[in-house]
Design a binder for this molecule. Structure first.
Ligand code: ZN
Length: 130
């Protein structure tokens, strides 16, 4: 099963991983035909979504996630001080599916696969299953 790692560089960041996903798909399903690609992050404080990778929008998403889950004292903080990251990830989810036709991701013009880091900086593992 293809996988790759991403090193995030701040507490709350968004990385466009579309090209890495496309490379992984190309490694396992380069031929003709229709398939489905699942992109899964094996973490509880980072999520994956499909949306537009426009820099101002990404800043808006980071601001929005900070607003919907403020960094205040939560019960889980007694363990590892990252409850806000877990709660933000609840809204994102841990996987997305993208159709693959003839070896290519069929994303829309403005769609990218985005890794949303909520508790960085860390190294994150992304699995790609076709
Ligand atoms: Zn935790």
């Amino acid at each position: 099963m293809p996988q790759f790692t991403i090193s995030t560089d701040a507490r709350l960041t968004i990385d466009d991983i579309t090209d890495r996903v496309a490379e992984a798909v190309d490694d396992v399903a380069p031929g003709a035909g229709e398939r489905v690609c699942t992109v899964f992050v094996e973490h509880t404080t980072a999520g994956v979504v499909v949306n537009e990778a426009e820099s101002r929008l990404l800043g808006d998403v980071e601001a929005y996630l900070s607003q919907i889950v403020p960094n205040e004292r939560w019960d889980h903080d007694a363990i590892d001080d990252n409850a806000d990251a877990h709660l933000r990830t609840l809204f994102l989810g841990n996987s997305v599916q993208v159709p693959v036709v003839d070896g290519d991701l069929t994303l829309g013009s403005w769609q990218s696969v985005l890794l949303v880091e909520c508790d960085g900086p860390r190294q994150r593992t992304v699995r790609v299953v076709v």
